[in-house]
Design a protein. Structure first.
Length: 60
């Protein structure tokens, strides 16, 4: 089973899709300079996957 979510669009306005099922089976590292969009990306993933998987956010 796959669970695709759209996290945004690329430079050509094509949808950027990630598979939540695949993500849950592996790990994700989001790395970048300050202001590069890490928090924005995580928010998109949380918003789009909210109906698919239970979420717990820990932000110390
Ligand atoms: N894909 C995106 N499209 C539009 N604006 C974005 C995108 N990613 C980040 N931004 C904007 O860029 C700024 C910095 O992003 P942010 O996620 O706070 O960066 P970081 O957490 O890496 O420091 C914010 O104002 C955010 O809204
Ligand atoms: Mg941030």
């Amino acid at each position: 089973m796959s669970a695709p979510i759209q996290i945004g669009t690329d430079q050509s306005d094509r949808p950027v899709i990630i598979d939540v099922e695949e993500l849950l089976a592996t790990r994700l590292l989001v790395q970048g300079n300050s202001g590069s969009g890490k928090s924005h990306l995580l928010r998109r993933i949380l918003e789009e996957s909210a109906g698919i998987v239970q979420q717990v956010v820990i932000d110390p």
